[in-house]
Design a protein around this ligand. Structure first.
Ligand code: GAL
Length: 179
């Protein structure tokens, strides 16, 4: 993949500067579930109505044979991947000296927050299928991988319905995204 995609600033991936991010999304829970099959990567989609407790996002895919990294971002608009990242779920299979770590973070106003790295296991394997479920609870996201609870991420950006974009990028093929 393009080596420029991963870098330390918050514009992720590179995109023009944004102004006034995080306008509240409206209309929740009017947004109905949509299922997108085999979308190309990188993948970006609006989250209809934004995120609120109860909202679930399902991602199924297959890691590339030589996968190094893939990322799921929940972003406070706009819909092209710019803007603050409320939840950055960064799966590093092989990045520099790092092996098999899932870095969680947020990125506000151009700066990354504190990383959360602990995980009871690392369920991602190159060339293998996986699924991820992100479930929104009032205080946190709960993440399950391959139908098993894996970890949690406490909400850092509120109100939650400002989070209105899902972005997935990196070394994977997507088979389904449901949200
Ligand atoms: C940086 C990396 C970013 C992002 C961030 C998370 O080192 O360049 O892409 O993953 O860590 O804390």
């Amino acid at each position: 993949m393009d080596g420029n995609v991963f870098h330390t600033t918050c514009t992720y991936p590179p995109s023009p500067p944004r102004s006034g991010a995080c306008a509240p999304a409206s209309g929740y829970p009017g947004g109905k579930t949509q299922s997108i099959h085999n979308p190309p990567v990188p993948f970006v989609t609006p989250i209809s109505g934004g995120i609120l407790p109860g909202k679930k996002i399902f991602i199924s895919g297959v890691l590339n044979p030589n996968a190094q990294r893939f990322t799921v971002n929940l972003i406070c608009g706009p819909h092209d991947g710019g803007g603050d990242i409320a939840f950055h779920f960064d799966v590093r299979i092989r990045v520099g000296g790092q092996r098999d770590v899932i870095v969680r973070n947020s990125c506000q106003g151009g700066g990354w927050g504190a990383e959360e790295r602990h995980s009871p296991c690392f369920p991602f394997v190159p060339n293998a299928k996986f699924d991820i479920k992100i479930k929104t609870k009032p205080g946190k996201f709960k993440i399950a991988v391959n139908k098993q609870h894996l970890l949690e991420f406490r909400h850092r950006m509120k109100p939650l319905d400002r989070i209105n974009t899902l972005q997935i990028l990196g070394d994977l093929r997507l088979t389904e995204v449901r949200l």
